[in-house]
Write a protein of this length. Structure first.
Length: 108
C-alpha cells in the first residue's frame, strides 16, 4: 500500500518516510483485534444513527432545531466542534433561540 500525498514530490526521501510510517502504522495495527474494533465501530455508528433518527422523527422540533440537535449530538458523541454551528449551539444550551439578535452589552 502506498500513501499518496499530492503536495509531496515523489522522491527517494519521501518514499523512505512513507514506507517507515506505513511500517510503524502496521505494527500498531497488529496490536489491535480488528474484528473487535470493527464490531465496536459498527455498534457506535448504529447507535448514533438511531439517535439521529429519533431527532428527525421528533414532531416537536422545527427544521432549525432538528439540525441543531443533530449537530449537538454529533459533537458530544465524537468530542468535536464545528465553528459553523458553535454560536447556534451555545445559544441553544443557554436556553435562547439561536436566531434571536444578540443582546446589547450590559443588558443581560
Amino acid at each position: 500500500m502506498r500513501l499518496l500525498v499530492p503536495d509531496e514530490p515523489d522522491t527517494v526521501e519521501n518514499n523512505v518516510q512513507y514506507r517507515a510510517l506505513g511500517r510503524s502504522f502496521y505494527r500498531c495495527l497488529k496490536e489491535f483485534d480488528l474484528a473487535d474494533l470493527h464490531s465496536q465501530v459498527h455498534d457506535e455508528a448504529v447507535d448514533l444513527i438511531e439517535h439521529i433518527l429519533k431527532v428527525l422523527n421528533d414532531p416537536d422540533l422545527d427544521d432549525a432545531r432538528c439540525l441543531d440537535e443533530i449537530v449537538l449530538l454529533y459533537q458530544r458523541r465524537l468530542g468535536v466542534a464545528s465553528a459553523r454551528h458553535e454560536k447556534r449551539i451555545l445559544k441553544r444550551l443557554q436556553g435562547r433561540e439561536p436566531d434571536s439578535p444578540e443582546p446589547a452589552p450590559g443588558t443581560e
